[in-house]
Design a protein around this ligand. Structure first.
Ligand code: ING
Length: 320
């Protein structure tokens, strides 16, 4: 009996981890760092390069800024714009698609934590706005640093779309989204094969510092990876996850950028916490096995029992 042979569908993907972006660093200087990583990706045969969440500025939700004028200095009003255009131009010249996270200020005044997918012809083919916003909305001075995403951003209003582009079915999410199984499943139900995400994850949980026993640091990295390896396996998709890392304005952000196969195995992992490119040949055909067998959703899921997942937000315990 000849072994079943899958025709490979190879896409070489780069994860362009960024080291810290200090508050004073100009967007133009950051874009030069992004272009350097893009060029390294080109040398290594990448067709797609994934950059982190909020990749153009420092992670500004760590500060309480009462003046919205100051907050909005961290947002982009157009995309591309003058500061970012050189990245778009170089990517088009090198025929490389990319995921870019940034803070979006819309023409009608809405604020989102956003990511775009640009294809290898330089066209913006997809946009995603972060759905799961962690942290809090009011200043909590007792914290060593703030996490004011609920103050500075609105929850995403685009859902979890996927796009056919660059040889596969591509999906995006951002940072905290990766901790919620619903994120992967909604894209899994659309056949996602390559799920890209960026993250900025503090090494310590500021809330725990004040309200409970601080979480041991090693759990940060464990939780970072376990949720994505599970999401990749349970939806038979590649996951490319890219950190902004290092000590940013005295706040330590974890690294751990990685590329995870549809089997859940990690095939590339960043070593440091600075600008660093990881690369993997992602065979999208590998997704087929899981989608056709163990996670053949149409064959095995029993949605008549899943109602609570989308009809109930919080926990309702059984009566005492
Ligand atoms: N950062 C963090 C993340 O979800 C966080 C916030 C850290 C939540 C640790 C829970 C535990 O990775 C962002 N930007 O979402």
């Amino acid at each position: 009996m000849p072994a079943f042979k899958l025709t490979p569908r190879l896409v070489t993907v780069g994860g362009a981890q960024l080291g810290p972006i200090q508050r004073a660093e100009k967007r133009e200087a950051v874009v030069e760092r992004l272009i350097a990583l893009l060029r390294e990706g080109h040398r290594k045969g990448c067709r797609i390069v994934v950059f982190p969440e909020l990749a153009l500025t420092t992670f500004f939700p760590r500060w309480f800024m009462p003046d919205w004028k100051e907050v909005e200095t961290f947002f982009e009003r157009e995309m591309p714009n003058k500061a970012v255009q050189p990245l778009f131009d170089e990517a088009k010249r090198l025929k490389i698609g990319f995921y870019l996270g940034y803070a979006e200020l819309t023409a009608d005044g809405h604020h989102f934590n956003t990511a775009i997918l640009v294809d290898d012809t330089g066209k913006i083919v997809g946009k995603y706005r972060k759905v799961h916003l962690p942290g809090h909305s009011e200043n909590e001075p007792e914290r060593p640093f703030q996490h004011l995403e609920k103050r500075y951003f609105e929850p995403g209003d685009l859902g979890f779309p996927v796009w056919r582009s660059m040889g596969g079915i591509m999906g995006m999410c951002i940072c905290n989204d990766r901790r919620w199984p619903e994120t992967y499943r909604v894209m899994g139900l659309q056949g996602v094969e390559l799920l890209m995400l960026g993250y900025n994850t503090p090494a310590i949980n500021a809330w725990a510092m004040v309200h409970s026993a601080p979480e041991p640091e090693h759990l940060r990295q464990f939780h970072n990876h376990v949720v994505m390896q599970a999401g990749a396996y349970q939806n038979s998709t590649w996951v490319v996850a890219v950190a902004k890392a290092g000590i940013e304005e005295d706040c330590s952000l974890i690294g751990g950028s990685c590329i995870i196969a549809p089997t859940g195995e990690m095939v590339a992992l960043a070593r440091g916490v600075d600008d660093e490119l990881i690369v993997a040949d992602c065979d999208l055909a590998l997704c087929k096995y899981g989608k056709d067998t163990i996670f053949n959703f149409d064959k095995h899921r029993r949605i008549e029992h899943y109602g609570l997942i989308s009809s109930q937000t919080g926990v309702i315990e059984p009566p005492m």
